[in-house]
Design a protein around this ligand. Structure first.
Ligand code: NAD
Length: 476
């Protein structure tokens, strides 16, 4: 922490920008304020949008090779500062250091990998008479809004494709985790012409101001489904393009042929990784009746043995819930489960100070209990017993969400057949939480609108422009 330059400042028009007011930032492992972040005003937002609008005029025609080189340079700088950034990340986000550093390095990797993609020119007709070319041209100024669970990676998922496609960006991190993103902004601001990448932070008022701002051509939003709906309503007023990556209530279906001891640890981390604050974490674990008791007991052993505590202390596997409102929501869900008479299987003790919740399994609750229906976004995992395959597929699909899911079986062919029956954007077979820069992440149903990553995700930052070119003999 000592090496982190303070005060934290925003990046507007290629320069450091303070704000007249600040927001307190808390360490979730202690609940204490440890830094202040700028609280951007409407005027700061206007300045950022105006700078991005000016910059767009030249950035959109800057050769793509130059845009890629700028992103590659940014990746190098982030990587070179990974230790410093990871320490800051632990303080504001709570995740233990190895995972924090993994996200910083993952962000650098993702920036580079995105530059391996290319924006195609589609030829829809090429005859003696004419050639029709469909170009994918940038949209303009993009508004990026990011949540607190993977603040750096999810910011990169917007920065890399938006800028590579020739747009300029105004990015807003969550008020709960603004610091690492602001710091990255300071480190990489010289990689781009002034105004291409603007990073502003602020409180609850800033998001709605951004989505309503007429200067944006597109909103790329990652967060909860409830907020996603508000973003879509706001964007509708002037038909802004939108991409929404929203919540999930992902099911994993475990078949009776698995090796319980071999899969238990993977299933456990697939649910509790990042203290279960992962949009694509397993949030409903369907276990076949034949192995239910054995797997439940094995998972409970893991919950008791897994160290949960301050991410800055070595040896802790999982950290606190990231912020107080989320902590209160998870406690309320647990209170509801207890009041409903559900059986809770708790993990080991957790620190009393800070936003800690013991890793908790819920032993075969009814499908309509809150702990099953709602996205907990915290370490509360319902284990659900199943007997019949058709029935469990129907139960897995019986949710308003459709982000991801998983099937676990010794029979990969059978698991693949089941994967085709799940109504989600991603299905993993005998693995968890995987994503790549070349594979679209696209929520079905209330989990999203549009997609991120891969060529399809990149093209969401463009619009098609068809050019009809007559052939020489046709015009003669
Ligand atoms: P959130 O919706 O509360 O906030 C997300 C962002 O939106 C924050 O930056 C917040 O300041 C901003 N915001 C809040 N109200 C706004 C408004 N009215 N208009 C515009 N912006 C507004 O979500 P969260 O609690 O930060 O994140 C957790 C949620 O994000 C979970 O539901 C999780 O599943 C989801 N998530 C989805 C993905 C995905 O790729 N599908 C990835 C990570 C997280």
């Amino acid at each position: 922490m000592a090496s982190v330059a303070e005060p934290f400042q925003m990046t507007i028009d290629g320069a450091a920008a303070p704000a007249a007011r600040t927001l307190p930032v808390r360490n979730p492992a202690t609940g204490e304020v440890f830094a202040e972040a700028p609280d951007a005003s409407a005027e700061d937002l206007d300045r950022a949008v105006a700078a991005a609008t000016r910059a767009f005029e030249t950035w959109k025609t800057t050769p793509i090779a130059e845009r890629k080189a700028a992103l590659g340079k940014a990746a190098d700088i982030i990587e070179a500062h990974a230790d410093e950034l990871a320490a800051l990340f632990v303080s504001e986000q709570g995740r233990p250091y190895p995972g924090a550093k993994g996200e910083i390095l993952g962000g650098a990797m993702w920036l580079r990998a995105t530059t391996m993609l290319d924006i195609p020119v589609d030829v829809t007709e090429d005859t003696d008479k004419r050639r029709i070319e469909v170009h994918h041209v940038p949209l303009g100024v993009v508004c990026g809004i990011v949540p607190w669970n993977f603040p750096v990676l999810l910011a990169v998922w917007k920065i890399a494709p938006a800028l590579m496609a020739g747009n300029t960006l105004v990015l807003k991190p969550s008020p709960f985790t603004p610091l690492t993103t602001l710091r990255i902004g300071a480190l990489i601001r010289d990689c781009f012409p002034a105004g291409v990448l603007n990073i502003i932070s602020g409180g609850d008022a800033l998001g709605p101001l951004m989505t309503a701002h007429k200067g944006f051509a597109k909103i790329s939003f990652t967060g909860s489904t409830a907020t996603g709906r508000r973003v879509m309503e706001s964007a509708a007023r002037d038909l802004k393009r939108i991409t929404l990556e929203l919540g999930g209530n992902d099911a994993a279906i475990v078949l009776p042929d698995v090796d319980v001891d071999a899969v238990a640890a993977q299933l456990f981390d697939g649910a509790f990784h990042n203290t279960a604050q992962v949009c694509v974490a397993t949030k409903r674990l369907f276990i076949h009746a034949d192995i239910y008791d054995r797997l439940r007991d094995r998972l409970h052993e893991l919950a008791r043995a897994t160290p949960v505590g301050d991410g800055a202390e070595q040896g802790n596997r999982y950290g606190p819930i990231q912020n107080e409102p989320q902590y209160r929501r998870v406690l309320a869900l647990l209170d509801d489960a207890r009041a409903s008479g559900l059986t809770l299987l708790e993990g080991g003790a957790v620190p009393e100070r800070g936003y800690f919740v013991p890793l908790t399994l819920v032993d075969n609750p009814p499908d309509d209990s809150r702990v099953v229906v709602e996205e907990a976004f915290g370490p509360v995992l319902p284990l659900l017993k199943w007997h019949d395959l058709d029935d469990v597929v129907q139960r897995a699909n019986d949710t308003e969400y459709g982000l991801a899911g998983a099937v676990w079986s010794a029979d990969v062919e059978k698991a693949t057949e089941i994967a085709h029956r799940l109504d989600t954007g991603t299905v993993w077979i005998n693995q968890n939480l995987q994503s790549t820069p070349f594979t679209p992440l696209a929520g079905a149903k209330q989990s999203g609108f549009g997609q991120e990553n891969g060529l399809a995700g990149l093209l969401e930052f463009t619009r098609p422009k068809a050019i009809f070119i007559p052939k020489a003999q046709a015009t003669a």
